[in-house]
Design a protein around this ligand. Structure first.
Ligand SMILES: CC(C)(COP(=O)(O)OP(=O)(O)OC[C@H]1O[C@@H](n2cnc3c(N)ncnc32)[C@H](O)[C@@H]1OP(=O)(O)O)[C@@H](O)C(=O)NCCC(=O)NCCSC(=O)C[C@H](O)C(=O)O
Ligand SMILES: [Mg+2]
Length: 321
């Protein structure tokens, strides 16, 4: 059975590619990449002395994508299948007041109504609320969502309260992303195959996301040239329940799309469950036996979601690169 608990069949976040906003060659490459989402990074991938230039480059890029900036993202009209997210600098970082880099990032990109703002190093519900309040005050459309990176020990300890803050922040919080480079740096956990000491952190993020109806995207895999290691980590993340993976390089897109896509065996099983419950002699039953296994109505609901997601993915992949 499909291990994904994503409750939104039409939301596809298998491959979430990050791009430093001050890398024009990488920005130009995006038009030909088959990732489901792009995170334009203004935070850690950009050197402190390049922050203003990165912001300006991103504004020019977004302007070229959506010349009528007040019309909102083309994705809302179905013309742009890629979800576009901007990772801003933390509002708590750097100089405070109007010169704050995070605030300057927000002011620069909000006119383009990106699909989401990704908040780095979120440590408590107030970090989400602060930005949500800013968006409300600025009358930013509700289509602009918030994503939160959980990548500090305090953020991890508070992850349930942060996920719950989605409800009080106008419902904008949509997705949690663990940041294992920062977490490893802060905790001293060593990077090891299979991530034995990081899995408990990852599962905490996943559980908090699910408790409050959010998506969860697995952390980046730094070893770009280790294709086998990347595929293994995607399989692990999928088994843990993650919706997709944050990526750092175009070579990681196809394996991520495959790993977080639909397994044909799962689809066949889902169709068999739907067909079994539709049999006249099973009418009104809450539980049946199918191929030697117990199947309940909750499995039927899962099966229906998987079939709907498969149809959506097939349509989507047919219209993208
Ligand atoms: C890691 C890289 C610096 C490697 O770059 P490079 O050596 O240039 O890669 P290649 O020569 O193999 O690139 C081949 C072509 O692909 C383009 N490219 C490379 N990366 C990207 C990308 N991310 N998006 C789009 N296009 C990309 C190159 O431009 C080449 O094309 P061309 O120039 O036409 O030949 C680089 O991959 C990179 O910068 N990756 C992203 C880094 C990043 O965004 N980091 C921040 C996010 S990671 C994170 O959040 C960690 C988290 O916070 C935590 O704490 O864990
Ligand atoms: Mg980080």
């Amino acid at each position: 059975m499909d291990s994904s608990t994503n409750r939104h069949p039409a939301r596809v976040r298998r491959s979430v590619l990050t791009v430093p906003a001050d890398n024009p060659r990488a920005l130009a490459k995006l038009a030909n990449l088959a990732c489901d989402a792009v995170i334009y990074d203004l935070e850690d991938a950009v050197a402190p002395e390049n922050k203003a230039a990165a912001r300006a480059a991103l504004v020019a890029h977004l302007d070229a994508l959506s010349p009528d900036r007040h019309a909102g993202p083309d994705r809302q009209t179905g013309k742009d299948p890629i979800e576009r997210i901007v990772r801003i600098n933390a509002l708590s970082a750097g100089e405070q007041g109007p010169a704050n880099p995070g605030l300057a990032d927000l002011e620069a990109v909000l006119p383009f109504a990106p699909d989401a703002i990704l908040l780095p190093k979120v440590e408590n519900p107030g970090d989400v609320q602060q930005v949500a309040d800013h968006l409300e005050e600025a009358d930013v459309p509700a289509t602009v969502r918030l994503w939160a990176m959980i990548e500090t020990p305090r953020g991890l300890l508070n992850v349930a309260a942060i996920a719950a803050a989605g409800r009080t922040s106008g419902g904008r919080l949509d997705c949690l992303v663990p940041g294992l480079n920062d977490l490893a740096k802060a905790t001293g956990v060593l990077p090891q195959p299979g991530r034995p000491y990081l899995v408990p952190y990852l599962m905490q993020v996943l559980l908090a996301a699910r408790a409050f109806g959010l998506d969860a995207i697995d952390a980046v895999f730094n070893a770009i040239s280790d294709g086998a290691g990347f595929a293994e980590e995607c399989r692990q993340a999928r088994a843990m329940g993650f919706d997709g993976k944050m990526l750092i390089h175009p070579a990681q897109i196809a394996p991520a799309n495959a790993a977080f896509g639909i397994d044909p065996a799962d689809l066949a099983r889902a169709r068999a469950i739907i067909a079994a419950f539709a049999e006249p002699d099973q009418a009104g039953k809450g539980v049946i036996r199918l191929d030697g296994e117990m199947v309940e109505l909750l499995h039927l609901a899962q099966a229906e979601r998987l079939v709907a997601r498969a149809a959506h993915l097939a349509a989507r992949d047919a219209t993208t690169i």
